[in-house]
Design a protein around this ligand. Sequence first.
Ligand code: HEM
Ligand SMILES: *[C@@H]1O[C@H](CO)[C@@H](O)[C@H](O)[C@H]1NC(C)=O
Ligand SMILES: *[C@@H]1O[C@H](CO)[C@@H](O)[C@H](O)[C@H]1NC(C)=O
Length: 147
Amino acid sequence: MFEYIGWVVLAVLTLLAVKVFKDLNSSGVTVDENIPDVLEIQDFTPKTLAKYNGTDDKRILVAVRGKVYDVSGGKKYYGPDGPYAFMAGHDASRALAKHSFGNENLTPLDEPIDTLEGLNEEEWAALNQWIEFFASKYTFCGNLVNP
Ligand code: HEM
Ligand SMILES: *[C@@H]1O[C@H](CO)[C@@H](O)[C@H](O)[C@H]1NC(C)=O
Ligand SMILES: *[C@@H]1O[C@H](CO)[C@@H](O)[C@H](O)[C@H]1NC(C)=O
C-alpha cells in the first residue's frame, strides 16, 4: 500500500518537474502560426503602431523608448486578454518607468511622442531595465517616430 503511494508521489513530482523545466525553458514565448515570421524593419508613428494591438492584426508590437518590439510571442501578457494589453500597439515607456497599469501614462495617438521629461532617477533606472528586457527577449522591428 505505502509502496504504491510512493510511486504515485514520485510520478506526480516528476510531471511537475518536467512542467516547471519546460516553462523555464520557454520563457513564456509562444509561436503563433497565424502571424507571418517577417515584418520588415520600418518606422512607425503612434498611429501606425496602434493597429498592432493583437485584435485585428494578430501581431502585437510595443514601443519602449523609441524602439518598437514584436511581442507577439508574449501574447499571454500583451494579448487582448492579457494583464498588459493596454501596452499593445502603444509606447509603453512612461507606464513601464512608473510601474503603472492602465492608460494614464500612455500618450494620446494624435500627440507628439512622449519625451519622457520629468521622470525621476528611480523611474529612469526602472525604464532602463525594461529596455534591456525587451531588447533581449523580443525582436526589434523599427523606430517610433513622429509623423
Ligand atoms: C501587481 C503587481 C504585479 C505582479 C504581481 C506582476 C507579475 C508579473 C509576472 C508573474 C510576470 C511574469 C514573469 C516571468 O515570466 O518571468 C510579469 C511580467 C511582466 N510584467 Fe508584471 N506584475 C505586476 C505589475 C506590473 C506593472 C505595474 C508593470 C508595468 C506597467 C508590469 C509589467 C510587466 C512586463 C512588461 C512583464 C514582461 C512580460 C514579458 O515577458 O514580455 N508588471 N509580471
Ligand atoms: C528548450 O527550448 C529549445 C528552443 O528554444 C527547444 O529546442 C527545446 O526542445 C526546449 N526543451 C524543452 C525541454 O522544452
Ligand atoms: C485595437 O485596434 C483596433 C483597430 O485596429 C481597434 O478597433 C480596437 O478597438 C483596438 N483594441 C483595443 C483594445 O484598443
